[in-house]
Design a protein around this ligand. Sequence first.
Ligand code: 3PG
Length: 402
Amino acid sequence: MKLPFKTLDDVETKGKRVLVRVDINCSVDPDTKKITNDSRIDAIVPTLKELSKSKVVLMAHQGRPGSNDFISLEQHTEILRGLGFNAAFVDDIFGDKAKAAIEKVQVGEILVLQNVRMFEGEMKKAPPDEVAKEAIVQELYPLFDLYVNDAFGAAHRSQASLVGFTTVLPSVAGRLVEKEIRILTEATATEKHPWILVFGGAKVADKVKTLGKLLATGRVDKALLGGLLGQLFLIAKGLIPIEYSTPIKGFKSAVETAKQLLEKYPDILILPEDAAVERGGKRVECAFNEMNGDPFLDIGPITASEYTRMIIGAAVVFGNGPQGYFEKKPFAKGTISILSAIAECEGVTVVGGGHLSAMAINEGFADRISHISTGGGATINFLTGKKLDLVVALEEAARRMG
Ligand code: 3PG
């Protein structure tokens, strides 16, 4: 398969100053702030190994401003050291401190810059030419010979560190971006049905919009919903009280979209039928009319067995986002049963998203799933058929490079 952008095969990297944007956005324990799964760091190892004769500077984000996983990249640097890389961290992104540290990087060394989302301009989403005007790009690009983007998980975000540099530096995809695009292109080429999406997790406002685009392609036979996303649709349908909207960010507009989707796709959207709530510190499984306002933290057993039946009989399954509050062990049960069904399915199976992929690996399902994608939103956006922003930017860069 010929890729529409350049890769590490097309450029000389030896001795060069290489700026590498990766997605090492990891699951973080909300209380201790410690990284609980580093599979996204493992996933960038092939690219870093290939750059072992270059002077490498890594740029990445972790969480979003205000979220409980919005932390520094120090721990990520320690993990890289544990993997055998000569990595150092600087608590700066593009100021004097960062520039001085970048100047000192030698061949075989990796310097990790601070979480790029600590720079406000990084949160702006706009076309590459526009985000290229942000200080992060203007201050950093003169210090490099080459830009490598290996941040597949954030490939749907048109932000400065992800697409801005492609307008001012020779730019290529890293090995992970290359691999994900190849595998997902093959996995989506199949015309087999039933085609099932198992969609859960938080980031509800983003997800409900992407779900609408994906359903419009006509590709999905059933979308099994869970997590906060499932909760949104249950409220939209009047099956659980509006009080359950409290943990859903952007609820007001998301619920309107959910109502429209329910009207348009009543037979495709499948909602949970029962719940697991937290009562007296314990998991209690019950019907919706028995929840008594207790936190709804997982799908119940009736839902899990119905979802399992549909998943096992599918020709294609894409799973994205957990079904419940998996960080609390008793409430990981629904997600684990869904992963187990995906592993049992004999069709093409893809699991994506930081949390669900991490769980698939931790719980030992990975070798029975066709592909564990590092992308969550990126993978779902890929499925809608719209070209990912990162791919568009790298294609444009390839044209400029000739
Ligand atoms: C992800 O975890 O999906 C990526 O790292 C992108 O994160 P974002 O949705 O906060 O942009």
